[in-house]
Design a binder for this molecule. Structure first.
Ligand SMILES: Nc1ncnc2c1ncn2[C@@H]1O[C@H](COP(=O)(O)OP(=O)(O)OP(=O)(O)O)[C@@H](O)[C@H]1O
Ligand SMILES: [Mg+2]
Length: 202
């Protein structure tokens, strides 16, 4: 088991929550290479709180940028030049890596997250909503990853069940359905672990 890249169909779809549960389940390591937006807590903080992993398993980001927007723009605002070679995969395994936003978010003016996912070669898990619009967003994400040679391990849905959409995405996209993390009214490490174990099969 080498690990996974956790990407998504959009920002705010539940990548961090899913990645926290996944990293805990694998008893692995979590890495968010670029955090854009520092106010109100980072994804790293959320994973530390939710995964049940000791703090040293939550690896430091390669770049921490102030503005909550696309990393290429956040870096520009902070006067930072992102060097793709510095966004090298840490050697810890099993490793769960969380991208920023969706798969085609720019890391620099030229390079997209999906491009570095392809370089890394880790299998990607696409986190997708179940709500209206998800078929289009999910199928486009799958095509974009495949077009760049990113191996796709499967799709993990987040939200209330919409079985027809979920099966349509997996049939047309020819991807494995890993399950669906339900929306949790009480979201803490214990409830998340239980929901992951009950609903996700890697
Ligand atoms: N299964 C869930 N149950 C309850 N709340 C959830 C669940 N999944 C995600 N959330 C909430 O939805 C919001 C967005 O989730 P999350 O931060 O995981 O998204 P993200 O895709 O990682 O966003 P970003 O693109 O900013 O990294 C958060 O407030 C999170 O607590
Ligand atoms: Mg996140």
């Amino acid at each position: 088991m080498t690990g996974f890249v956790v990407t998504g169909t959009d920002t705010d779809v539940g990548k961090t929550v899913f990645a926290a549960a996944l990293a805990g389940h694998l008893d692995g390591w979590y890495w968010k290479p670029v955090q854009a937006g520092l106010d109100g807590g980072t994804d790293r903080d959320r994973v530390a709180a939710l995964s049940g992993l000791p703090p040293e398993r939550i690896l430091p980001e390669a770049y921490r940028l102030k503005t909550p927007c696309s990393p290429h723009r956040a870096a520009e605002i902070d006067g930072v030049a992102i060097e793709p070679d510095k966004v090298a995969l840490p050697e810890k395994r099993p490793l769960v890596v969380e991208g920023a936003g969706g798969a085609l978010v720019p890391l620099t003016g030229e390079l997209l997250f999906a491009d570095i996912f392809a370089r890394w070669g880790l299998p990607a898990i696409v986190v997708a909503r179940t709500t209206l619009g998800t078929i289009n967003h999910s199928l486009m994400t799958i095509e974009a990853l495949r077009a760049r040679g990113v191996p796709i391990h499967g799709v993990a849905f987040v939200g209330n069940a919409v079985e027809e959409s979920e099966t349509t995405i997996c049939r047309i996209g020819k991807v494995r359905r890993l399950g669906r993390l339900p929306w949790l009214d009480l979201l803490d490490g214990i409830s998340l672990r239980a929901a992951f174990n009950a609903n996700i099969s890697l």
